[in-house]
Write a protein that binds this ligand. Structure first.
Ligand SMILES: [Fe+2]
Length: 189
């Protein structure tokens, strides 16, 4: 089998398990199980080499590759490839989300919401090899990468099909609604 076939089979297995976990209902426990399943997938290090998922300078140094998604746009799995540095301000996802480390470090900050005011940091987790983090639809996090990172990002729904998500704009001191519009490279085989 070629690397492409092995990768497709490993991804299909993982997504099959993740659909089953999702079907039991989404709560803190099930998103932790989804994170663990993604870490298992990440152990196939030779199937997800940097060379196949390069970060493109044209995408602000952070590039998202689509690995799998159902026909109804549920269960979207991506690889995020960051050459050096990237930041995402506090935001929610409107669906469950799991991030699992493959290589490098992605700092995730969780926030407590204070009404419509500035969210307060409640926890900081370094997502790296062997570490995953999960979020319920209303959970808020921010992302901070320095020195490059390759990670799985998995969502209950296709990011491009989600309604506008809520982002904290620190400059204006307000929450703004924004659709995901960044380019995503279709890397499905
Ligand atoms: Fe996010």
């Amino acid at each position: 089998m070629t690397v492409n076939n092995l990768r497709a089979a490993a991804i299909a297995d993982a997504m099959c398990d993740i659909r089953e976990i999702d079907a039991t209902g989404i709560d803190r426990n099930s998103i932790e199980l989804i994170g663990k399943r993604l870490l298992e997938l990440a152990k196939n290090r030779d199937l997800f080499p940097w060379s196949d998922f390069p970060s493109l300078a044209s995408n602000d140094g952070s590039t998202l590759y689509l690995l799998s998604q159902d026909e109804d746009h549920r269960f979207a799995l991506y690889i995020q490839s960051v050459a050096d540095a990237t930041e995402a301000p506090p935001h929610d996802h409107l669906t469950w989300a799991c991030i699992a480390g493959i290589e490098g470090e992605e700092i995730n900050r969780r926030y407590d919401l204070e009404g419509a005011g500035e969210p307060k940091i409640s926890e900081e987790v370094c997502v790296e090899e062997g570490v995953a983090i999960g979020f319920l639809p209303d959970d808020v996090h921010s992302i901070h990468v320095q020195g490059g990172a390759l990670n799985f990002h998995c969502y209950g729904n296709d990011l491009l099909k989600l309604p506008a998500r809520n982002y904290w704009n620190a400059k204006l001191g307000v929450w703004l609604k924004k659709k995901v519009r960044f380019p995503i490279i279709d890397a499905r085989v």
